[in-house]
Write a protein that binds this ligand. Structure first.
Ligand code: ADP
Length: 546
């Protein structure tokens, strides 16, 4: 017997229409690429997304066509999210921090038809345009006054159009088409730290239910009383879904544009009364350093989502104890839209001591409804949830990838579960803690050493700004940990002092064999420490114990 409720497909266009109709005066504020602050409302965003939909239809964009963007977090990018997916085309956000050849490879693999881009990326687009095989139209996301002199740009970027001119003549009325909710809506390539990048192709259904689940109180807790500033880029897994969950709940949005330094972000937090934010640990490192240097406070910020890589406990402590900001430690990946787990306490934890609560808060948290997880050993046998046994983390759920775009890499699932490539423990209460990425774990004498645990201890030292631990070949133990450290400016620190700091905090055999001081740790395109690069840089490193 079928239920008797209306059957309406879950479509992304429903989100913008809901926001425009029920939160028409809620603001979207952007630091404009052209300079200054741009502000408008969900009502305006809805109108402009519809104008864009009309323009796209006119220019021949059809259901299933891939349309690429190279853009920062801003209002025009937001309009593209809805205009493109809303008509049934596929919004392909490309990470501009990748190498130009990689970007061209990705755009050709996706067979992108049109490329929308911010002014910042004009030189990049000029460089890649000749390499693009399917992209025939280029749209600069600006107004006529900021368009480059066509005589100069035209030679390099064929068919260059102006975003504002493209949408200006179009009506702001448009009836969004209805189609199967399993239709592809957006495409995001993994950063390709191993092999060629692979595309995760989200659907309208997966996106809408992910947005609903992300907004829940024990997930990211987004509401119509919030002002949310995603520092995490819209080209990095849809700014962790916030580009959808904010309009879904009617939260005010603040887009930081291209200026992601500590000062610019803090200025926006204060000027716009931001209550919640989200970003990778390296972004917050910059912000906290700036705040300490200038003795600044947050007057409205209540919580921040930190994920993308492990958030060091010292950073969680600093946010919570020094600034009164709750850290929502979250874990996920491109293949998971991205949310998998978020850390929030349960009622039974409220009576625990601060230290006991903190021991839970440093984990990556509990599974969000919609995601199931398990840990298995190398033979696939499920391991117990005791907070000690660690194994390969597997997930499944309606917003987890089933296969990659164009079947790249074959069938990724093992009996219906997606292997995340992460190694983790799960406690009896269901709190998951990442011990490492399987390729970063240090294999010493047949036992595993967690590089994340060692890094977390190192960054708790007051003279350490950043730390990375990698495995270095060892004649007796196969691999031993090498600690690579960037000191805080103006601070002194010796190898011996730092190694002494580990005493009593870890098993003796986990102690790094050496410390290498360096000026900077290489970061990848999503702001994470690039351990592949570090391993190359320190290849053949002679450990004193070898
Ligand atoms: P890529 O694999 O291209 O770097 P993702 O951004 O999808 O792209 O990264 C997902 C990976 O990031 C996860 O598999 C995990 O290794 C790591 N990660 C994400 N969040 C956390 C976290 N809170 N703690 C530890 N690792 C994390």
């Amino acid at each position: 017997m079928l239920g008797l409720m209306q059957s309406q497909p879950l479509l992304i266009s429903n989100i913008i229409e809901h926001a425009a109709r029920h939160h028409p005066d809620t603001e979207i504020v952007s630091r404009a690429i052209e300079g200054g602050i741009h502000r408008y409302t969900y009502l305006d965003a809805g109108k402009r997304a519809r104008k864009l939909a009309n323009a796209l239809g006119k220019s021949g964009v059809a259901l299933g066509d891939r349309i690429a963007t190279l853009a920062w977090n801003g209002y025009r990018h937001f309009e593209l999210y809805y205009g493109i997916s809303g008509i049934g085309a596929v919004m392909h956000t490309v990470n501009p921090r990748l190498f130009p050849e990689q970007i061209a490879w990705i755009a050709n693999h996706a067979e992108d038809k049109v490329l929308f881009f911010d002014l910042t990326f004009l030189p990049l687009v000029e460089a890649i345009a000749p390499l693009l095989t399917t992209c025939k139209t280029f749209v600069l996301m600006t107004d006529r006054a900021h368009m480059p002199e066509l005589s100069k740009a035209e030679t390099k970027v064929p068919n260059l159009q102006c975003y504002e001119e493209m949408i200006a003549p179009e009506p702001d009325a448009f009836v969004w088409p209805e189609f199967d909710e399993n239709t592809a809506s957006s495409l995001c390539y993994t950063s390709g730290t191993t092999g060629n990048p692979k595309g995760a192709l989200y659907s309208h259904r997966s996106t809408v239910i992910h947005a609903l689940a992300s907004a829940l109180p024990d997930t990211l807790n987004c509401s119509a009383r919030d002002c949310i500033l995603p520092v995490v880029p819209m080209f990095h897994v849809n700014s962790w879904g916030l580009a959808y969950s904010c309009p879904l709940v009617g939260a005010k949005m603040v887009f930081p544009g291209a200026q992601l330094d500590g000062k610019s972000v803090h200025d926006l937090f204060e000027a716009e009364k931001v209550t919640m934010s989200a970003g990778v640990p390296t972004v917050w490192l910059g912000l906290l350093t700036h705040m300490k240097q200038h003795n600044l406070r947050f007057s409205t910020l209540k919580s921040t989502v930190i994920g993308g890589s492990s958030c060091p406990p010292a950073m969680i402590k600093s946010f919570q104890d020094e600034y009164g900001v709750k850290v929502l430690h979250a874990w996920g990946m491109t293949e998971m839209s991205p949310l998998g787990t978020v850390c929030n306490l349960k009622t039974k934890h409220l009576g625990l001591s601060k230290e006991e609560q903190f021991a839970i808060e440093v984990t990556q948290g509990r599974a969000v409804f919609g995601v199931d997880m398990k840990i298995v050993d190398d033979t696939g046998k499920e391991l117990p949830w005791d907070g000690k046994a660690f194994g390969n983390l597997m997930v499944k759920g309606p917003w987890v990838v089933r296969e990659y775009f164009k079947g790249e890499g074959g069938d990724p699932l093992i009996e219906g579960w997606f292997p995340t490539g992460d190694v983790a423990t799960i406690s009896a209460d269901g709190y998951m803690q990442i011990t490492d990425r399987s390729k970063d774990v240090i294999k010493s004498g047949g036992e595993w050493i967690s590089s994340i645990d060692l890094e977390n201890i190192a960054v708790a030292h007051p003279a350490v700004q950043q730390a990375a631990v990698i495995g270095v070949l060892h004649p007796k133990w196969d691999e031993r940990p090498l600690l690579i450290v960037v000191k805080r400016p103006g601070m002194d620190l010796t190898r011996e002092e730092l190694l002494k700091f580990f005493e009593g905090k870890i098993a003796k055999w986990w102690l790094p064999d050496d410390v290498a001081f360096t000026d900077a740790i290489p970061l990848g395109a999503t702001g994470k420490m690039l351990k592949t690069k570090l391993r190359e840089q320190f290849k053949g490193y002679k450990l004193p114990t070898a």
